[in-house]
Design a protein around this ligand. Structure first.
Ligand code: PMP
Length: 355
């Protein structure tokens, strides 16, 4: 019999990204993963009904052609500047593999989307995390004049919800033209300023977007990147080393349909922004400090009651928010903006916890 004491040495030891939980209670209020509280546009539901199952016999196109063209048309750019993936997580993961190969550390904020550090570690990319300033803002000067192998910034940032002016974003891109600068705009539709117009000027910019938040399609898994054709082709090369057909036929068809109803899209975003104001004001009335949000969530802390305690008490009531048990932010709660009704129930429960 062979000795198997070294068996565990075969496996990669790494701390993975931990996604928010997906509980399933009929009465729950789920405000923990920044999903949209409204259903996708009616045209999306129709498209999914009309979808012809017989087409599933065939492989999809390798570049999700129909969806890629629809996204390019929506933004008024050439399809050669669009890359489509299985959620922006997939797109970002491909970017990390294809664009950060200089051997010099890449830069991203110390408090940001916690997947960035996981990809850097997984792919052996050197990195340096830059602290936020005292008011939880990203300071552009911290990304200018420092040698780096690339930069990743979520704008608005997560989980802080704070947006950076696009003029600051441009200064960062301009000062790092020999490196790729990724602007993750997962939440930009809720009030941030997009860097998209800068694509005409800068070959080193990648703007990443998702259908998961503002388009209410987290379950379909669609994300995309927009960048110069040189960058997009580098991403395609890596994608073709991993999976020729990452996008499935259903996502391609339904995703393309979801870009057609602009009025519904704008209307729901407006509703969410209004509910965000109600939520922010309600939290402040209960003594919370709430960071200024440009996203579909708020980041709030209470001066007297621990965030972990509030989190646990809400959870008992089947109200789910997000608590990160991490230094610097462990006294904050990230709360997704729900419907007005959900916001009212949440505030009512919080008033009992904080009184
Ligand atoms: N970027 C940021 C900043 C996010 O918060 C998220 C959501 N977890 C993503 C990217 C990934 O979203 P998705 O894969 O659903 O497009």
């Amino acid at each position: 019999m062979s000795d198997n004491s070294g068996f565990d040495n075969n496996f990669r030891a790494i701390d993975p990204y931990v996604a928010g939980e997906q509980p399933d209670f009929p009465d729950m209020i789920k405000l923990n993963t920044n999903e949209n509280p409204y259903p996708p546009a009616p045209g999306v539901i129709e498209a999914s009904k009309e979808f012809e199952g017989k087409n599933l016999r065939l492989y999809p196109t390798t570049d999700a052609t129909k969806l890629r063209r629809a996204i390019a048309k929506y933004h008024g750019i050439d399809p050669s500047m669009v890359y489509v993936g299985v959620g922006s997580d997939d797109v970002l993961s491909i970017i990390f593999q294809s664009c950060f190969n200089s051997g010099i550390p890449i830069l991203f904020p110390e408090i940001t989307y916690s997947f960035y550090v996981v990809w850097a570690q997984l792919y052996g990319i050197k990195y340096r995390m830059i602290p936020l300033r005292d008011d939880y803002r990203i300071e552009k000067k911290d990304y200018i004049g420092t040698e780096n192998g690339g930069i990743v910034i979520a704008n608005p940032n997560a989980p802080t919800s704070i947006a950076m002016p696009v003029s600051d974003v441009e200064d960062i891109i301009k000062a790092n033209q020999n490196r790729v600068v990724v602007i993750d705009e997962a939440y930009v539709d809720f009030g941030g300023e997009t860097a998209l117009p800068l694509l005409e000027k800068y070959k080193n910019l990648i703007v990443v977007r998702t259908f998961s938040k503002s388009r209410s399609l987290a379950g379909l898994r669609i994300g995309y990147a927009m960048a110069s054709p040189r960058i997009i082709s580098a991403m395609e090369t890596v994608k073709d080393c991993i999976n020729s057909y990452p996008m499935n036929t259903t996502a391609i068809e339904i995703g393309a349909a979801s870009l057609e109803d602009e009025e519904y899209f704008r209307d729901r975003i407006e509703k969410i922004i209004k509910s965000r104001d109600t939520l922010t004001k309600g939290l402040e009335d209960l003594g919370f400090k709430v960071l200024p949000s440009s996203a579909n969530f708020v980041f709030a802390t209470h001066p007297k009651i621990r965030a972990s305690e509030i989190f646990a008490k809400l959870r008992e009531k089947h109200i789910f928010v997000r608590h990160f048990n991490k230094p610097l932010i462990d006294d904050f709660l990230r709360i997704t903006v729900g419907t007005d009704e959900q916001v009212a129930i949440l505030l009512d429960e919080l008033s009992k916890i904080t009184y």
